[in-house]
Design a binder for this molecule. Structure first.
Ligand code: SAJ
Length: 400
């Protein structure tokens, strides 16, 4: 049996995937409300293909509980935030999960940490906790992208970091039950570093696109046309500029390298700063555009999109929230906000109906390229538009 600990964006799909492939699974989480919800057959977030997988896993007998269970294999998928001041990992969720496991697990149990961790975390925080017991540690960092999780869970390559190759083979065979991608077995420190390096690579490349957007704005050039042409070169592949980098991964993991290697992680730090500066850059664009159109009232501006990217409901570290924080510092209140994926009221002046939102604003700032807005471009007629995602045809539209 596998006990998957932490049933959020990664733990839940992983638990469901194993269960629907015939493995006995118990999913546990300290959040009682979440467990009650799963036991009642209700999902906590939306993701393409998730509800079908949930049904299959429930029919296959997956169980949910608040208490960790005695089991031969544990998969830990709990959050790993970073301390905003020191930039170092806050490993407390991982540490607490390991402590719970150690209290109940049998001898020779295998504990797989899937949570992304700062390189060195397993040696520094986890190993000392398990030393008293005869267990095997594994680090198998998740790699799936929100928005396409089900496909990537099955098709992506995986990394399995181990101390012992017999354990490596066993865990490789376990993931191979559903994973069609290559499964590479390596040591734990390499697996830790590889995962953080992957997300940092993407952060740096997005930062390059964002810096180009700023340079092109200054020089009055069309950054999208420049990127389009540059990308025709066989060895150039510039990413898309945007209103900033959100989510719990790309905007967090590079800080682990900066926090642990001050003075060495220079490009990484610069990239983080550029990406973090984008919400404020958009805010400045809003003020310039308002001025150019004789608009004085910020309450007539509407922000479209609150999530960290398109077609997901996750708002963690989202550029829109970063921008709203920035506005609060400037004491600019009353801007209107709408997102079809965010059902709860999480900010002031939030709308839950697209039409009423549009009715109440003169200017719309597109911050997330949800399918909804792409399919309703005609409804934006007559509005002043700032499109930070480059989804609208260029004529008469303001861009980054
Ligand atoms: N973004 C841009 N321009 C781009 C691409 C993305 O501004 O060209 C922005 C997005 O709008 C978003 C942020 O970057 O705000 C991050 O989005 P993303 O789609 O690039 O990545 P995540 O955070 O959803 O998922 C990443 C993935 N990592 C890589 O692609 C290297 C995923 O595979 C990881 O599993 C995930 O982090 C994770 O959990 O670590």
């Amino acid at each position: 049996m596998i006990n998957v600990i932490g049933l959020g964006y990664i733990g839940l799909p992983t638990a469901l995937m194993f269960a629907s492939h015939g493995v006995a699974v118990i999913g546990t989480d300290c959040n009682k409300k979440l467990i009650a919800q799963y036991q009642a057959g209700i999902l906590s977030f939306e993701e393409k293909g998730l509800s079908e997988l949930f049904k299959t896993a429930c029919n296959a007998g997956i169980r949910f509980s608040c208490e960790c269970q005695r089991s031969e294999i544990y998969i830990i998928a709990v959050p790993t935030p970073y301390d905003k001041n020191s930039k170092k990992i806050d490993a407390s969720y991982v540490v607490n999960a390991i402590k719970e496991v150690i209290d109940i697990c049998p001898d020779e149990a295998i504990i797989v940490v899937e949570s992304t961790v700062a390189p060195g975390t397993i040696d520094k925080f986890v190993r000392p906790l398990v030393d008293s017991k005869n267990v095997n540690l594994v680090h198998a960092p998740e790699r799936i992208i929100p928005g396409n999780m089900m496909f990537e869970l099955v098709n992506n390559s995986r990394t399995i970091g181990v101390d012992d190759h017999t354990v490596g083979s066993k865990i490789k065979d376990l993931y191979a039950i559903f994973c069609k991608g290559d499964i590479i077995v390596t040591d734990i420190r390499t697996a830790e570093m590889t995962k953080v390096v992957e997300n940092t690579y993407r952060d740096i490349n997005i930062a390059y696109a964002n810096e180009l957007a700023k340079i092109c704005r200054f020089d009055n050039l069309d950054v999208y046309e420049i990127i389009r042409i540059a990308n025709k070169h066989p060895r150039v592949n510039i990413l898309n500029p945007g209103p900033g980098v959100g989510g719990h991964c790309i905007s967090v993991d590079p800080w682990f390298l900066v926090g642990d290697h001050p003075g060495l992680a220079n490009i990484i730090l610069a990239a983080r700063k550029i990406n973090d500066s984008m919400p404020e850059f958009v805010l400045e664009r809003i003020y310039i555009i308002m001025q150019a159109n004789g608009m004085k009232d910020i309450t007539k501006v509407g922000l479209y999109g609150l999530t960290y990217k398109e077609n997901v409901c996750d708002v963690r570290e989202s550029p829109t929230l970063q921008m709203i924080d920035c506005m609060k510092k400037h004491l600019a209140n009353g801007i209107k906000v709408y997102d079809p994926y965010v059902k709860d009221d999480i900010v002031e002046n939030q709308y839950h109906n697209f039409e009423s939102f549009l009715y109440d604003v003169d200017m719309v700032v597109i911050l997330v390229a949800h399918d909804e807005i792409k399919q309703n471009i005609n409804k934006l007629q007559g509005k002043i538009l700032l499109d930070t995602c480059n989804i609208l045809p260029c004529d008469g539209i303001y861009k980054l």
